[in-house]
Design a protein around this ligand. Structure first.
Ligand SMILES: NC(=O)c1ccc[n+]([C@@H]2O[C@H](COP(=O)([O-])OP(=O)(O)OC[C@H]3O[C@@H](n4cnc5c(N)ncnc54)[C@H](OP(=O)(O)O)[C@@H]3O)[C@@H](O)[C@H]2O)c1
Length: 232
């Protein structure tokens, strides 16, 4: 059972669904958003769960915003049982049109920012607590999924997230903190699109069941929503 949960990118998609799920279990949730004006869904959760939901501003493209958020975590000294680095961006850019700005933006939001959020949160994660890095199947070098479509900056940034997170798992093993790289699958969010094969509800059910069962032996592993291993 998770008492305190932190979720980034909480205003829509999978982040909003993670927040909704953990609030429904009675957990306290720190939900982050870069928006000044919350989505209707997040505002409604705040209205219904005012004592359990703490919404914090965090723009992962802005290091100053990450530093302010880290300072707030440090000031509050609240113990966290589960941290889900969920927020991410994905932009299609075909080979021939690659540019550094697109690569750097993906690396900042999808790789560097979750690393910095993890660094800020780790001192407050309880022994036996979990850090879940939401990654993607396209990060697998071995599977090389969708190499023909222009998701190259996205795939590379998630592969970097995997590398950082696997290295981090070794650093925090002695503290009994589990670090997992979790692929939601292809899900019907704004990012996944309507053609995606899984509903948000099914993806959240699978992922939260897998998160609940995670053990230290699985730390540093790259897994599917159902907990099965993905080759690097
Ligand atoms: N959906 C899929 O099929 C799929 C597949 C594999 C992996 N994933 C991963 O699953 C995670 C959630 O994806 P999703 O499908 O829920 O995507 P989504 O519907 O596009 O939502 C993305 C979330 O990330 C937030 N975000 C983006 N840039 C941000 C920034 N600079 N600072 C703070 N928050 C930022 C968005 O906030 P705003 O509302 O402010 O933009 C939004 O809350 C992502 O890491 C994604 O890569 C998704």
């Amino acid at each position: 059972m998770q008492n305190w949960v932190l979720v980034t990118g909480a205003d829509r998609g999978l982040g909003l669904a993670f927040v909704t799920h953990y609030l429904s279990l009675g957990c306290h949730v720190i939900a982050t958003t870069r928006r000044e004006q919350y989505t209707n869904e997040l505002a409604e959760l705040q209205r219904v769960h005012s004592t359990k939901l703490d919404i914090q501003h965090l723009d992962l493209a802005d290091e100053q915003s990450i530093n302010s958020f880290a300072q707030q975590l440090a000031d509050k000294k609240r113990k966290l049982d589960l941290v889900i680095n969920n927020a991410g961006i994905s932009q299609i850019q075909q080979f021939g049109r690659w540019d550094s700005a697109t690569f750097l933006q993906h690396f900042m939001v999808n790789s560097v920012a979750p690393a910095l959020v993890a660094q800020a949160a780790i001192p407050f994660i309880t022994a036996g607590g979990k850090l879940v890095q939401i990654t993607s199947g396209v990060a697998s070098l071995q599977l090389n999924i969708g190499a023909d479509i222009g998701l190259d900056a996205y795939a590379a940034s998630k592969a970097a997230l995997n590398s950082i997170s696997r290295r981090l798992s070794a650093k925090v093993a002695e503290q009994n903190i589990i670090v997992t790289l979790l692929n939601p699958g292809w899900v019907q969010t704004d990012m996944g699109g309507e053609q995606a094969t899984m509903s948000i509800e099914d993806a959240i059910k699978l992922m939260t069941q897998s998160i609940e069962k995670l053990t230290l032996e699985q730390s540093g592993k790259f897994i599917e929503a159902d907990g099965s291993i993905i080759p690097w």
